[in-house]
Every structure is written in C-alpha cells, then in structure tokens.
Design a protein around this ligand. Sequence first.
Ligand code: FAD
Length: 333
Amino acid sequence: ITDKIAALPPDANYFSLEFFPPKTQQGFSNLQARLSRMAQALRPLFVNVTWGAGGSTSAKSLALAELTQRSLQLTTCLHLTCTNMSRKLVDEALEQAKVLGVRNILALRGDPPRSEEYRDPNNPLAEEDDSNKDFTWAVDLVRYIRKQYGDYFCIGVAGYPEGHSDQSHPEHQSVEHDLPNLVEKTEAGADFIMTQLFFDVEAYIDYEKRLRAHESGLFKTIPIIPGLMPVQSYQILRRTTKLSHASLPPDVLKRLEGVKGDDEAVKRAGVNILCEMVEKMRGNKSPCARGFHFYTLNLEKVVTQILERSSLIPPATPVIRTADGNDVAEQAV
Ligand code: FAD
C-alpha cells in the first residue's frame, strides 16, 4: 500500500474500500458479483477485509481475501486482531495471507482481552498452550509480525481522531490518552495509519495536524487515511456512531434527523454530507488529506455516488510520475 501511494503523483487523491465477510454462501456469491463490478467501475487503490474479533470469521475473511487479492487482483489489506485467540490462529492467518499474495495487514487488538473467560476449558476458542498471553495490545501484534516476517508485510494500525474508549474506561476517551499508544505502534514498525470513522471533520483536521507536528517526528510523512462511513440509514448511523464513539456534529444530525423517516432522503443527505467532508479535508491547506477510506458495509450504491461526485475515481489507465517529473499513463512507461 505504501509503495502504491508513493508511486502516485504527489497531488493525486486515492481511496480504499472496506468489506466484511458475509455469513452465508449466498451472501458471499452476492458480494462476489458486487465486488467485481465495483473493482472495474471504481478502481480503489486497495480494499480491506475485516477480521471478526477473536478470530470468529477467520476462514471467511481469508476466503474473501482470496477473492479480492487473487481472483480480482485488488491490492488487499487483511485486518487481523490478536486478543482472545491463540497464537496458532495468528500464525495461520499470516501464513495463509502470504500464500494468497496479500502483502498488507491492518494490525489490531480486537476486543479487550478476556483472559479468565479465555482460559475456561468450555470456551471453544481456548487454546491449551495458552499462547494468547503474547498479545495484549495491537503493538504486540505489530512487533510479532515484524519479528516473524521482517518487511514482508506493509503494516497499518488504527488511529482515533476523537480518542479511543473501551467500554470499561469511557472516561479515558481522548486523543491525549491514545497518542502514546500510536507512537508505540509506529515505532514498532507501522507503515500507515487508518482512522476510526468520524463525522466531525474539524476533529480529524486537528488530529492530523497534531500528529504531523508531533515532537517525535514519527508522523511527518506517514500516510494517515481518514475513515468515512457512507450513510446507509438513520438507524445504522446512530448505532455505528454510538459503537465507535464518533460524535455527530449538530448540523449533520439536524440534516439527517429532518428526513429520518425517508430512507432515500437520508441516503441523499448522507451523500451530500460525505462529499462535503471529502471536499473540506482535501481543500484544507495543512494538513491536506490525500487518501480516504470508506466503510462500505458491503454496499455499492451510496459509496459509488460519493466517489463519482467527489471525482475520486481514477482513470482506467493509472497516471504515474516519471523520474523526470512528468505525469504519464502507466502503460506509456
Ligand atoms: P490498541 O492500539 O491496542 O489500543 C487499545 C486501547 O488500549 C486504546 O485505548 C489504547 O490507548 C490502550 N492501550 C494500548 N496500549 C496500551 C498500553 N501499553 N497500556 C495501556 N493502555 C494501552 N475490530 C475487529 O474486531 N475487526 C476488525 O476488522 C476491525 N477493524 C478496524 C479497523 C479500523 C480502521 C479501526 C479504527 C478499528 C477496527 N476494529 C476492528 C476495532 C478495534 O479492534 C477496536 O477499536 C479495539 O478496541 C482497539 O484496537 P486497536 O488496534 O486500536 O488497539
């Protein structure tokens, strides 16, 4: 991913799309057809495949990564969590990712460790060798991947423009509280940062500004990719923002509440809101966002409208910058 970003002309925008593995075979077939349409029509720089906390979707996530990376030849970033599952499962996932040609991992913690429950022999996910104690935080997974695989994987980590909060410590939700952790994850070898979804663009701009100016110098040039969730319905929006502790600015809430009984009107208002967010972030002088990550919820229509209206879809033949500084179609090089 970082190689692909570096190969873009410096002022070019890019975007990624996130998908989760469907539960049923029918759902998988539907997504397969949709993904193949989206790959052709939208040309994302890369796609993300989520991982169920505790390894609950491991086989399905790997099957989806196989589809995106191998069959559709989309640069794929596989999410991987490390708590509440055995080291064996982590090893298998990384090995399988390598076999599939996946070169990018988003290293995450997952749910807070539940050690006592984990050691319960009645828990089917419990491992006899108890090796999950190797992983308490995402940074442990970043270190582990670097130790086992050197530079083979490009590693991303999660960032939180509005702070991070575990259910057990909601009072800790602040950027101040989470920043030392992001420093640690980056020092351990993270190559890019992908953020939690947000609707408060000012909070994101402040966050990126703060990271870029951080005294460690660690975040000066690292790709920071803001996470955006297209609005699919008023109920989904309220549920996901609550779960992710993302605030809804009053004007955003007002526009959506005004039409909340009409799903199509909510989607239309959502497309306007998302397009304005993209415009504000890339129009901002410093920092100026280049890349955007979309939590698609496996849906096609709304994200397509946002990408089209924001002119984020790249030309069918990619433009790259040559050594002498000219932007040319890739095939011409
Ligand atoms: P960490 O970086 O480990 O941080 C977790 C918390 O612990 C933070 O509050 C941090 O400040 C604190 N902390 C970290 N290190 C220390 C320390 N040494 N001492 C004290 N406190 C510390 N979940 C899934 O299950 N599957 C997914 O596919 C998935 N994808 C995601 C994608 C993105 C872009 C994001 C933002 C989140 C995703 N999540 C996913 C959710 C994620 O697993 C949760 O947000 C989780 O609660 C935290 O993960 P993390 O990697 O940020 O953890």
